[in-house]
Ligand binder design. Structure first.
Ligand code: GLU
Length: 341
């Protein structure tokens, strides 16, 4: 992917920790206004030029790197946003969350635990070594092998039915009809030999639950669904609201499914930097190489930022910084605890 500026992140992390340690000694902090926090993060980073679009999927290199949109959707359906909400980017890896949620809903958490696994691999998102080391077991549904396995587990009599199920699930989470970005889909489908290899290797270990070529194709299409920050934030807010879309009122998955889905997001949502992310933000999140990141504050809100330039592990530089800032300003780190007297 691309070279990251660790120094900016470190500065933000340091200020976050300072702010947290100061607030630990204070009385209950009054929550800042959501719109103010969104506007501040938008203004602060809108001219930042760090990171680089993903280019291993050729079409992603052509996306406008200046797209920058932020949205928060609360669990009671209020929307706060700033920046570009008109331009859409491909959802990429963030789709793994919603396919996983549907598989948990359909088959239960034990099936996912047994047939895929829920441990972070500690390896890059498309690692083949991780599969070999564990003979296809104990992988994670939010990195490619586990995600393609999850896609293969989704119900449907054939490839078309499985795709419809996945599309409907994403539409229900977003509360709107999403479209496939065809240039991105075609570009990746012509070039995804590595994901096909992953699917075949899993098949060899009896850990692929549908035809590996078709499962990889459906997975590639789900990754090419086009979304903006507000749609992504609504998807996150549906998780924040226990599986019920706060805008449409539709129950998409159960609260129980939501609990397990959020737990998996906490283990591997930001690739190799998932630990660093949880350390700083404390919220389950998921990023995608299209440039989006979502985070979920359970019972409170979903947040999403879209900005295509990525750091070296594949996370949007601006999206990380903006979310760090907003969580700090809203005082929303879940592990910031005021000791009882
Ligand atoms: N479709 C992408 C891939 O499989 C998704 C990667 C990502 O967003 O992490 O390589």
């Amino acid at each position: 992917m691309t070279k990251m500026n660790h120094s900016t992140l470190r500065v933000v992390l340091t200020s976050l920790f300072l702010a947290l340690s100061i607030t630990l000694h204070a009385q209950k902090i009054k929550k800042s206004d959501y719109q103010q926090a969104v506007d501040n993060a938008y203004e602060k980073y809108k001219t930042l030029k760090e990171g680089k679009n993903a280019d291993y999927i050729k079409e992603l290199a052509n996306v406008d790197p200046d797209i920058y949109g932020i949205a928060i959707v609360t669990a009671d359906g209020k929307v706060y946003s700033a920046g570009d909400l008109d331009t859409r980017v491909s959802i990429q890896s963030i789709s793994k969350v919603f396919t996983l949620a549907k598989v948990i809903e359909e088959q239960g958490p034990k099936e996912v635990f047994d047939k895929i696994g829920v441990d972070a691999t500690g390896m890059p998102f498309n690692s083949i070594i991780a599969i070999e080391m564990n003979e296809g077991k104990e992988i994670n549904p939010l990195v490619n092998p586990g995600a393609i396995a999850a896609t293969s587990m989704i119900s449907g009599v054939d490839s078309a039915a499985k795709w419809q199920n996945i599309l409907q699930t994403h539409n229900d989470f977003a509360g709107t009809e999403l479209n496939v970005n065809m240039p991105v889909y075609i570009s990746e489908a012509n070039d995804n030999l590595r994901n096909q290899a992953i699917a075949h290797l899993l098949k060899a270990y009896n850990r692929m639950y549908f035809d590996p070529v078709q499962a990889t194709d459906i997975y590639t299409k789900q990754c090419a669904l086009n979304v903006n920050a507000e749609e992504l934030a609504t998807m996150a807010a549906t998780l924040a609201n226990g599986g019920k879309n706060p805008i449409t009122g539709k129950t998409v998955v159960s609260p129980r499914t939501t609990t397990f889905t959020l737990s998996v997001m906490a283990t591997a949502g930001l690739y190799d930097d998932s630990g660093q992310w949880l350390f700083g933000v404390g919220l389950p999140g998921k990023s995608g190489v299209g440039g989006g990141i979502i985070a979920v504050s359970p019972g409170e809100f979903g947040i999403a930022v879209v900005s295509p330039p990525l750091n070296e592990v594949g996370n949007s530089v601006k999206a990380q910084l903006a979310i760090y800032d907003i969580i700090r300003e809203l005082d929303a780190h879940p592990y910031r605890i005021d000791p009882k007297n």
